[in-house]
Write a protein that binds this ligand. Structure first.
Ligand code: NAD
Length: 458
């Protein structure tokens, strides 16, 4: 018979002694770095993934996530601190389970919670007294209570007594050299105060700083608010860029000047559009939820519209510049520099580059790309561009010279922009990285060196 008085006390004790086994469902961009931090903090980690390929690579000590170095993973795998498995029945062996599965949108841009539901079912199936479950996937306020709690309580267990349930959003910013999983403050909210207490006990031993909020819903909303803030401010920068184009003013100069204000301004930059698994998608989780409550999130809708028009804006710039040179898009050879959704990462999910390629192909251009981080665009059956799989071409003088136009879509830091400037016939730079490189460059707004063209009205 157990000497512990309650599942909660037993769990606390196992967390304190580092005997707790930590399960992670989903070993992707979020789950694998979390596995490393839990292992670094002294816990044994069981990572679960439905992809046999992911399980195999992790168990062989090879990282498929850029922010996790293979030697670090290999050391933890070698010492038995991290193990991956596709056998979800082993969830029963875990004291704490963090759920890090995808939360995409479906074809009609509504939340697709099928991965969360599948993970919740797997946990429910093996749920036993004294388990802590923390949902990390970004989602709308109410998910933890409405989906996970409802499923877990079906068997008659009581939250806060038999098992503990929290939401703690992941804020990882892939490729960020300063802020990573451990040193980024971690928000957590529990379904009950006891849940929050247990969740904090574990994560306080893993993260440098914890931020406790009043409920799971507050934690869920914190995450979507952060990403909505970013998405709306990027939309504003994109709108200012388009306004600058009409005014004939260089948008980068304006942004840099505004950013010299030491208070009350935060710098956001325009670009070819939003990408990734977070900023373009997460706000739709909030707007969908609010629609079910008869509340319209107008700023999200408008910002989404502005951002999603940016790939077409870039293609219009390309068409205008080719037109100036008596060329049509049809038959032109276009080289994209960068297809990842942002600098120095290998993620093309939702990347605006894909829409730019699609639009150019639709207009009859012959499109190639160079991206040192993304060597292939695979044919996943969803990407609506022709000629897949596509492979990155080498960035050579002859490749640059043979292009009618080079479009900078992603400003990777390892690209030789001097080589690009010296050899490309025409450059459309959607990121402002080529500004230092001379006159043949067209930015999002106007050609560098061109005088402002203010129109007087009235
Ligand atoms: N990528 C980011 O930068 C980032 C940042 C913050 C938050 N998030 C959020 O974190 C969540 C996870 O995103 P990600 O980028 O890590 O996704 P990902 O696609 O990189 O990884 C998810 C993993 O989960 C696995 N999986 C799916 N369903 C499963 C199941 N039922 N059981 C076991 N494994 C399963 C997949 O095979 C995959 O390996 C999402 O909600 C995302 O919005 C992502």
């Amino acid at each position: 018979m157990s000497t512990w008085r309650s599942p909660r006390e037993r769990l606390f004790s196992r967390i304190e002694s580092r005997d707790a086994v930590c399960g992670i469902i989903g070993l992707g961009y979020v789950g694998l770095p979390l596995a490393i931090e839990l292992a670094r903090s002294g816990y044994r980690v069981l990572g679960f993934d439905i992809s046999e390929a992911v399980v195999e690579t992790v168990n062989s000590g090879v990282s498929h996530i850029m922010d996790v170095a293979s030697p670090v993973l290999a050391e933890f795998v070698g010492s038995g601190r991290i193990e991956a498995t596709a056998d979800l029945s082993r969830l029963a062996d875990c004291d704490a389970i963090s759920i890090c599965v995808p939360t995409p949108l479906n074809k009609t841009r509504e939340p697709d919670l099928s991965y969360v539901v599948a993970a919740a079912h797997a946990v429910h199936f093996t749920l036993r007294p004294g388990q802590l479950i923390i949902l990390e996937s970004t989602t709308y306020p109410g998910t933890t209570r409405e989906i996970l709690l409802t499923a877990f309580e079906e068997g008659g267990s009581t939250v806060g007594e038999d098992f503990f349930l929290c939401f703690s959003p992941e804020r990882v910013d892939p490729g960020n050299p300063q802020w990573h999983t451990r040193n980024t403050p971690k928000v957590l909210g529990g379904i009950t105060p006891a849940c929050a207490e247990v969740g904090m006990a574990l994560y306080e031993r893993v993260f440098d700083r914890m931020v406790l909020v009043e409920s799971a819903e507050a934690a869920e909303l914190t995450k979507v608010y952060e990403n909505t803030f970013r998405m709306i401010n990027i939309a504003l920068a994109n709108e200012i860029a388009q306004a600058c184009d009409v005014l004939g003013v260089d948008v980068w100069g304006v942004i840099e000047a505004a950013a010299t204000k030491p208070f009350g301004f935060m710098k956001f930059t325009p670009g070819p559009g939003l990408g990734g698994h977070c900023i373009p998608l997460d706000p739709h989780y909030l707007s969908w939820k609010m629609r079910t409550l008869s509340f319209r999130t107008r700023m999200i809708d408008l910002a989404g519209e502005i951002n999603s028009e940016m790939p077409a804006f870039v293609v219009r710039k390309v068409a205008d510049e080719l037109n100036e040179r008596r060329k049509s898009v049809k038959g032109s050879r276009v080289l994209l520099l960068g297809i990842a959704y942002k600098r120095d990462i290998d993620d093309v999910r939702e990347s605006p580059a894909l829409e730019i390629i699609r639009l150019l192909q639709e207009k009859g251009a012959e499109v190639a790309y160079h991206d040192p981080f993304c060597l292939t665009i695979a044919d996943d059956g969803h990407t609506p561009i022709r000629g897949l799989p596509m492979h990155s071409v080498d960035l050579t003088e002859s490749e640059l010279r043979s292009a009618d136009v080079v479009i900078v879509v992603t400003d990777h830091s390892t690209v030789d922009y001097g080589l690009v400037a010296a050899n490309a016939r025409l450059i459309v730079d959607s990121r402002g990285i080529m500004r230092e490189h001379g006159e043949s460059i067209v930015g999002l707004t106007r050609r560098s060196g061109q005088a402002p063209r203010m129109r007087l009205v009235g």
